[in-house]
Write a new protein. Structure first.
Length: 152
């Protein structure tokens, strides 16, 4: 089941802060945090522009910044993302068997949420207005860069 609610919590707020940082650096405003036992162990934001990277989406940056973790650590974690994770980031979530993904919004972009959920991952969609606004404004102002980021 994909859970949907409207809301904000401190972990989503931390992910939004990462999105704001990315935007302030001239990048795409998507942020992510990895939480284990109610503690943020990794933070990241989309750094494709800043680093000239092909793969540094927010979730990938977050996982990289969390460092090496054990399989047991990943299996009790939750990853938060301001935007629905794409196929690449969803693949990393599945690879490490992260059991829950909390998504700030999926209105401006919807990754393979149903597939991820079919693989046993809990997906919660918050439909957060600030997440929607950040992406809507960015996509309207930077359509070519956005298309590049999602492989269009």
């Amino acid at each position: 089941m994909i859970w949907e609610s409207v809301g904000m919590d401190r972990y989503l707020e931390a992910a939004i802060e990462q999105a704001r940082i990315g935007f302030s650096e001239g990048g795409i405003p998507i942020g992510s945090v990895l939480v284990i036992d109610n503690e943020i162990v990794g933070r990241g934001h989309n750094r494709r522009v800043q680093r000239g990277s092909a793969i540094l989406h927010a979730e990938m940056d977050c996982l990289e910044n969390a460092g090496r973790l054990t399989a047991a650590d990943y299996r009790r974690s939750v990853i938060y993302s301001t935007l629905s994770p794409c196929s690449m980031c969803s693949g990393a979530i599945l690879l490490y068997r992260i059991p829950k993904v909390v998504v700030g919004e999926n209105q401006t972009f919807k990754g393979p949420q149903e597939y991820v959920q079919q693989q046993g991952v809990s997906v919660e969609i918050l439909n957060n207005p600030e997440c929607v606004q950040l992406m809507t404004q960015f996509i309207e102002a930077n359509p070519t860069l956005w298309d590049e980021d999602i492989g269009e």
